[in-house]
Design a protein around this ligand. Structure first.
Ligand code: SAH
Length: 216
């Protein structure tokens, strides 16, 4: 695999960042992180030009790498601070996890598809993202052994927020999740106390569904 990051890639990435900024993303730390992650390495090398288009893309196993704008929205809503312990549900290509890592977060990410988990584990190690902790598992269960988390990000669609995940949030922590069947409403839930939660919504998006169990 070609792991280089050339001036050409950097130029294309810079344009992508400007484009996302124009669409309304103002968080400088998010824009800078997107400007640093070599998205072309997370997709097939034959799609380098496509890598810096603001589009979702197939990555195999019927899954997609999220649209950069969507990654930027979810990441902005998380209000990432260096040192935050963040759990991601749906590792996929590992791109979203890399963006969170670039912002100084301590990232834990779960993927249910074994082949994707293996491929992404190899990729992240080869690019140098060795501190991102990947797990093969069912995101509906979260990661009880590593809970609680400051933030949780779900990158697959659910009808209802899994309560298991809410219980793995710190007080004052928050969870960002696309909620809905056909199209999804981006939703942020803050944990105010043991059993008080506050919900806010942020527009419509399209995600692949969150499925139960592990796929071999
Ligand atoms: N965050 C990814 C995009 C993920 S697409 C990226 O940056 O590329 C959604 C991913 O969620 C898919 O890889 C899918 O296999 C995974 N997924 C779906 N249901 C899941 C579950 N219950 N637990 C863990 N991962 C799940």
């Amino acid at each position: 695999m070609e792991l280089s990051d050339s001036f050409r890639h950097k130029g294309l990435r810079h344009r992508l960042v400007r484009e996302i900024e124009k669409k309304g993303i103002t968080d400088k730390n998010v824009l800078e992180a997107i400007g640093r992650v070599p998205r072309h390495l997370f997709m097939d090398s034959s799609f380098v030009n496509m890598a810096y288009k603001d589009q979702a893309f197939p990555i195999g196993q019927g899954q997609t790498i999220s649209q950069p704008y969507t990654v930027a929205v979810q990441t902005s809503l998380l209000d990432v601070k260096p040192g935050d312990r963040i759990l991601e549900i749906g590792t996929g290509s590992g791109y979203q996890a890399a963006v969170l890592h670039e912002m100084g977060a301590s990232v834990f990410s779960i993927e249910r598809q074994k082949r994707l988990y293996q491929k992404t584990s190899r990729l992240l190690a080869s690019i140098g993202y060795k501190d991102i902790r990947l797990f093969l598992g069912d995101g509906y269960e979260g990661l009880p052994a590593f809970a609680p988390f400051d933030k949780i990000i779900v990158t697959a669609a659910v009808d209802e927020v899994p309560s298991t995940l809410l219980m793995q949030l710190k007080i004052d922590g928050m969870l960002v999740v696309p909620l809905g069947e056909r199209s999804q409403t981006m939703t942020r839930i803050k944990r105010l106390s043991d059993d008080d939660f506050e919900k806010e919504t942020f527009g419509e998006f399209a995600f692949v569904p969150m499925l139960k169990g592990i796929a071999k």
